[in-house]
Design a protein around this ligand. Structure first.
Ligand SMILES: *[C@@H]1O[C@H](CO)[C@@H](O)[C@H](O)[C@H]1NC(C)=O
Length: 290
């Protein structure tokens, strides 16, 4: 037996043993870490009053006031999106949020609205308030642990928090398009903000009439290549709740579209116990009290 063959056999055996350990470890992980079993965020919770009891907890930290209006947020919303400059829907958002990497899930959570509050314990000078605050995810926090959020706010310290996902209070607001890079007739990419709930999937209508899936980047941009494309272009957008709507992008200047995801009436008892100060129910839609 040559040395080379011997080592190859040894390695093959080692790999076989590693496989067993790896699979056993994976199974154990799936059993021990509940989040490994389900979605990064429990989207169905958004159809229940107050998240149907779903609560994520972790640490809340501050990363300084960016006002949500920088292009630096990983979600690539540009300078005009909910509650920022010149916006189609202005209700409610108090804080822009950088979500932990696991739940950000390669930008799937971009545009997620959530209610969060401080639970008390923590260290630092400025505790996170214990009354519910309304936040919108526009960024990722790579170093944050599962459940944790980094607030786009001036502040100090690390505080225990809890949060749950809710549909955004978009009112009559429509999707908003923002183009990145240097679009041309054969290639362009764009991000979509002002969605009632996050986006699962975007398809674009090809010149041949067929819709095809666009690839989503870590920066929440949907990239189209092929063409040559002529505007307006039809797209088909599916939400994380499975609703599919059509819209037309007028040009690479972006701006407001015509469509929005449908509003789902909140199921169950709207008068659930422990009402949230910030919330009331109006026509089945959650509204922030002013
Ligand atoms: C992350 O996002 C992808 C693409 O949308 C999705 O298929 C996958 O289920 C998500 N992962 C989790 C853990 O939710």
């Amino acid at each position: 037996m040559t040395n080379g063959l011997f080592f190859r056999e040894l390695n093959a055996r080692r790999f076989a043993r590693m496989d067993v350990k790896f699979i056993a470890g994976y199974v154990l992980m799936m059993l021990l870490i509940p989040e490994a079993l389900g979605d990064a965020i429990d989207w169905e919770a958004m159809l229940q009053p107050q998240g149907g009891g779903v609560r994520y907890d972790g640490d809340g930290t501050y990363y300084g006031q960016q006002g949500g209006q920088n292009d630096g947020g990983a979600c690539s919303f540009g300078k005009t999106f909910s509650n920022s400059l010149g916006l189609s829907w202005k209700a409610g958002v108090q804080t822009y949020i950088a979500l932990n990497r696991a739940q950000y899930n390669n930008s799937q959570a971009c545009g997620q609205c959530l209610m969060y509050r401080g639970l008390g314990p923590g260290i630092g000078m400025l505790p996170i308030p214990s009354d519910w605050q309304y936040g919108l995810v526009d960024n990722v926090c790579p170093e944050c642990a599962y459940g944790s959020i980094d607030l786009d706010k001036n502040g100090d310290g690390r505080w225990k928090i809890e949060w749950y996902p809710i549909p955004c209070n978009v009112g009559d607001g429509k999707f908003h398009y923002y183009f990145g890079g240097s679009p041309n007739p054969y290639w362009f990419m764009f991000a979509i903000s002002n969605t009632r709930v996050p986006i699962q999937n975007v398809k674009l209508k090809n010149p041949d009439g067929a819709y095809y899936d666009l690839a989503r980047g870590w920066n929440n941009m949907w990239a189209a290549n092929g063409g040559p494309f002529t505007f307006p272009i039809d797209i088909q957008i599916t939400s994380v709740l499975g609703d599919t709507v059509h819209d037309a992008i007028q040009s690479t200047a972006g701006g407001d579209g015509q469509a929005q995801f449908p509003d789902h009436p909140i199921a169950g008892n709207a008068q659930a116990p422990a009402p949230l100060k910030a919330l009331s129910t109006e026509g089945g839609r959650r509204m922030l009290q002013s």
